[in-house]
Design a protein around this ligand. Structure first.
Ligand code: BJW
Length: 233
């Protein structure tokens, strides 16, 4: 492992599951409780903004009541101690990586604790509700929506992600089913650019075949073990 300097870590809903946040596609997950086209597309929002705002308001409230788990803490330790490049690309809209202390985090699917103004395109830190149509603190329009990336929208900071993937010696995917693109394609991109690839997940994800190595188990066990071994050299 001594030849590793630059690392990209991709995280998904599985890393926050043990903190009490529902995943999307597991049994009992969010997409069993809600139709994805109703709550996670721009068209669904245009049809019924109140339904969508209440869906995200409830999740925004819930996320403020949970805590990071051992997997988030291990990645924060990696962030603090790893001297090479590290980018934690999370698909998650919670702030558990940051609350564990990680700094080098990029939210490619946006953040629950942020609101996006459809009128002036400004993003504002937001911990309150949106269903009641508060005014944008920037332009004053009542045009705030959840600052999350829905199907058909462009994820955030793709250039920065691909730059990090090009430089990566190691790509590690944690707690994601590999069902949603472009994130699901990162393993193939990283391989093409010459990185080693490792999957840490409860079960094999859809793109498991593409990884050099796949370990199955709870993120709270797998991630601290992996980080401890990596830092031990
Ligand atoms: C544990 C565990 C434990 C449980 N320990 N593990 C056809 C082909 C290819 C692509 C497309 C296509 N048709 C349409 C597309 C594009 C589309 C897409 O991918 N669709 C698929 C359905 C095929 N993608 C998009 O539209 C994206 N935009 C886009 O492509 O723009 C164009 C573009 C082109 C080129 C370059 C760049 C861009 C946007 C996607 C937006 C996704 N948005 C959501 C909602 C965000 C807001 C919200 O939170 O509500 O993002 S959907 C949802 O899925 C959310 C997640 O981030 C994302 C991924 O889910 P994740 O994290 O993998 O969760 P799960 O539940 O699926 O998996 C959890 C895993 O954890 C499981 O495997 C468990 O086993 C495991 N687990 N407990 C360890 N304790």
């Amino acid at each position: 492992m001594t030849d590793i300097r630059n690392i990209v870590v991709l995280t998904g809903a599985g890393i926050s599951a043990e903190s009490g946040i529902d995943t999307f596609r597991d049994a009992g997950g969010l997409w069993e409780q809600h139709r994805v086209e109703d709550v996670a597309t721009p068209e669904g929002f245009a049809r019924d903004p109140d339904l969508v705002q209440r869906f995200y308001d409830a999740r925004r409230e819930a996320v403020q009541k949970v805590k990071p788990n051992a997997a988030h803490e291990a990645l924060a330790r990696l962030d603090a101690e790893w001297e090479g490049d590290l980018l934690i690309v999370t698909q998650n809209v919670d702030d558990l990586h940051e609350r564990a202390g990680a700094k080098r985090v990029l939210h490619m699917h946006g953040e629950l604790l942020s609101a996006l103004c459809s009128a002036c395109e400004a993003r504002h830190s937001w911990s309150d509700t949106l269903f009641d149509q508060p005014a944008c603190p920037g332009c004053g329009e009542q045009a705030l929506r959840p600052d999350v990336v829905w199907f058909g929208e462009m994820p955030y900071e793709m250039e920065r992600i691909y730059t990090a993937l090009r430089r990566a010696d190691l790509f590690v995917s944690i707690g994601t089913s590999g069902a949603v693109y472009p994130a699901a394609g990162f393993v193939r991109d990283a391989r093409e650019y010459g990185a080693r690839t490792l999957e840490l997940n409860l079960e094999r994800g859809e793109g498991s075949y593409w990884f050099d190595e796949s370990r199955q188990g709870l993120a709270s066990h797998l991630v601290p073990d992996w980080v401890a071994n990596l830092l031990a050299g």
